[in-house]
Design a protein around this ligand. Structure first.
Ligand code: SF4
Ligand code: SF4
Length: 145
């Protein structure tokens, strides 16, 4: 049995298609995140980026996201290891840190819905950052990352 590409290649060695297939579509990198500067803690909210379509768990303008949203970050093999605000479940972060894919990952199950069943996907009922005052963001914290 041949080993899957994510076990034999580094992130930098993967083709574009392989790289894209690592994304499980959870949507958690498109949530509004709060940082505690003193402790370094990172908090996840149930507030989505202005371009995030929570029902489809997709960016509404993926091609132009980096110019339209100033703090949207392009993931690369180089920064995947250091973006500490990314969720632990994210395949890019996991592989960059020497871990393998979790058993619920669609590349292993063959089923994109396994992300929802594992409780990793964001809720379709997120609110948009456009619809909330900045002063209320702390009240939307759902978990610590
Ligand atoms: S957190 Fe990682 S796996 Fe989830 S949508 Fe973002 S890039 Fe894809
Ligand atoms: S611009 Fe798009 S890809 Fe970037 S955080 Fe917002 S929804 Fe996600």
């Amino acid at each position: 049995m041949t080993q899957p590409f994510w076990e034999t290649k580094s992130l930098a060695e993967m083709s574009q298609a392989e790289w894209e297939s690592l994304c499980d579509g959870c949507g958690r990198c498109c949530l509004y995140i709060l940082h505690n500067e003193e402790t370094g803690d990172v908090f996840e909210t149930d507030v989505g980026c202005t371009l995030f379509d929570a029902k489809k768990r997709r960016c509404r303008d993926y091609e132009n996201r980096l110019t339209r949203v100033s703090d949207c970050v392009q993931l690369t093999p180089e920064n995947a290891k250091t973006l500490s605000w990314m969720p632990d479940s994210c395949a890019y972060r996991r592989l960059a840190n020497g871990k393998t894919l979790p058993d619920w990952h669609p590349l292993i199950t063959g089923d994109p819905a396994s992300v929802e069943r594992a409780g990793i996907a964001v809720s379709p009922d997120l609110i948009s950052e456009d619809d909330i005052d900045d002063a209320l963001l702390e009240s939307r914290i759902t978990k610590t990352r």
